[in-house]
Design a protein around this ligand. Structure first.
Ligand code: ZN
Length: 318
């Protein structure tokens, strides 16, 4: 008898978010719906003239830009930016299949973390599907480098991230986080970490047409080694936790959950995308395994966050 956690999951119901794009500053509505087993993360965008582009599978092969955020191409010269926090919430909660639709050029930034998405999804519960979950099991270490920064995927009995940042700024400095994934740990230790930026960079970005919607409502603002936000940090090392949140989202563009360990030093969206491309460049680097072929000890979905129900068992949503 297979455990429930070996099955694929989708959302227990539809969730909807109204917010603004952190770069475009335009109002955007994002809707996430349950999706059939085997679909992965589907994404579509409704244009101003009412035309719908997509849905397409949001995976690494569609990543077109990694400057400041992760952008995926939907075809017809239409793209969606800043998808990493939404995808991070889905992946972090152990959701395999979801239909994401929005009516603007980027996902709404909300409070700069994944918490608003996580809370709304938890309120609806998860729906366990008939199909067995599949993992991409890392067989050989793959490393990508850029100067002194690197990102790597390596064989490991579980799902872990080991991430370190090193900023030339006293407020951020050097921080490291080692994270063994379970949905509960993701919600408690990762999901609330907000994005951050330096005021002097923000001025340059705004002149270039980026970060037009950024504010202290959705970012930690740093100026001269000081945090300007009136409220305290949500975690003492919130910066590395946010980078880990980003990595969870970027790595979920592998198409299926990764079984192995991710390591990163001074990394970001570009190296996260590159390490996936390198992984899939050689079939000897990985294999697709069914959850029932993995050690029984790996039952991460048993560690659910408070308030999250598995609403209905083994019921396909079509
Ligand atoms: Zn981020």
């Amino acid at each position: 008898m297979h455990k429930i956690s070996a099955r694929q999951c989708t959302l227990g119901g539809t969730v909807s978010f109204d917010g603004i794009g952190v770069h475009s500053a335009t109002p955007i509505t994002l809707v996430i719906k349950p999706a059939p087993a085997g679909s992965g993360y589907l994404i579509s965008r409704t244009l101003e003239d009412g035309r719908v582009v997509g849905p397409v599978i949001a995976d690494f092969s569609r990543v077109t830009r990694t400057t400041l955020c992760t952008t995926v191409d939907l075809g017809d010269s239409v793209s969606v930016a800043t998808i990493e926090h939404v995808i991070s919430a889905l992946s972090g909660l152990g959701i395999d299949n979801a239909m994401i639709s929005l009516n603007g050029p980027e996902c709404p930034i909300m409070d700069g973390s994944a918490a608003p998405f996580v809370e709304a999804i938890i309120a609806k519960g998860l729906q366990v599907q008939v199909a067995m979950r599949k993992y991409i099991k890392i067989l050989r270490t793959v490393t990508v480098r850029n100067n002194d920064s690197f990102a790597a995927l390596e064989p490991y009995n579980g799902r872990a991230l080991d991430l370190e940042i090193d900023f030339n700024n006293k407020t951020i400095g050097r921080q490291r986080m080692i994270f063994e994934w379970t949905p509960r740990r993701y919600v408690e230790d990762v999901s609330r970490a907000r994005t951050f930026g330096c005021m002097k960079d923000a001025q340059v970005l705004r002149q270039a047409g980026y970060a037009l919607g950024s504010s202290m409502e959705n970012s930690i603002a740093i100026e001269n080694d000081k945090i300007l936000n009136p409220e305290p940090l949500r975690y003492q090392d919130e910066f590395v936790r946010h980078k880990l949140l980003d990595a969870v989202g970027d790595l979920a563009l592998s198409g299926m959950p990764l079984y192995g360990r991710f390591k990163s030093y001074k990394g970001g969206h570009a190296l996260n995308a590159l390490v996936l491309t390198s992984l899939f460049a050689n079939k000897a680097n990985y294999e697709i395994v069914s959850a029932d072929e993995l050690p029984l000890a790996f039952d991460s979905l048993d560690d659910l966050p408070e308030g999250l129900d598995l609403k209905s068992y083994l019921r396909s949503v079509g």
